[in-house]
Design a protein around this ligand. Structure first.
Ligand code: ZN
Length: 220
């Protein structure tokens, strides 16, 4: 999986295998027999999707940010979160006038969060959304410990249909995974057709993942 570090150096992270039978593809994260890298047309969303991720996430096969990067490469960027230094490229992006930047954070309520929550309204500027990727615990830590996120408005998404994502044990019910959150955000931004293409790809991922766990090849 490729990502942007503060110094813009790409590094390949090895994705953990989900079956002992086959290696995993480092791009889509699936066992190589079920690799879906070439099973979709690429899209290019108007909204920028910036993912701030814990490093552990890069090794998890159930990660869906890499899937978003695969299908929407030009408008998706993944940044490594580090406790000791902020990601330079992301901080530079945030400061650019041309972007209208929001942090996407799940529904949770406290005084500070409520004060920063906004309703998303399209403007002349390019909408850009920062997603925090990791377990719930990791995402909260990223949120709390990153000063460069503190002044940004928050959008929360309340999914209509709940989550289809059941690849992780212990995930809170109703919490969307990263790609599902992105799909909701794109709908909110009026990118209906593109969000549907991404959703179809996500559904193919889930199906291929589940077949992959038992070492089965997916029939298409
Ligand atoms: Zn692949």
């Amino acid at each position: 999986m490729r990502m942007i570090k503060g110094d813009k150096v790409d590094k390949i992270y090895k994705v953990k295998q989900i079956t002992s039978l086959y290696e995993s593809c480092n791009e889509c994260g699936l066992p190589i027999i079920n690799c879906i890298c070439n099973k979709t047309a690429r899209v290019r969303t108007t909204a920028k999707l910036w993912i701030l991720s814990s490093e552990r996430e890069f090794h998890r096969p159930s990660n869906t940010a890499r899937l978003l990067k695969l299908i929407n490469p030009d408008s998706t960027d993944i940044f490594l979160w580090e406790r000791t230094k902020g990601p330079e490229q992301l901080m530079e992006n945030i400061s650019k006038e041309k972007y209208n930047v929001f942090v996407v954070f799940p529904t949770e309520s406290n005084e500070e969060l409520d004060r920063r929550k906004v309703e998303f309204e399209p403007t002349d500027r390019i909408p850009a959304f920062i997603f925090l990727d990791g377990t719930w615990k990791e995402a909260r830590r990223i949120f709390r410990k990153s000063d460069y996120l503190k002044r940004l408005p928050i959008v929360s998404i309340e999914p209509n249909n709940g989550s289809n994502y059941d690849l992780r044990r212990g995930a809170a019910k109703g919490n969307l995974c990263t790609i599902e959150a992105a799909i909701e955000i794109l709908r909110m931004n009026g990118e209906i057709e593109t969000s549907q293409t991404i959703e179809n790809y996500f559904n193919l991922f889930i199906k291929s993942y589940k077949a992959g766990v038992s070492g089965h090849e997916i029939r298409s």
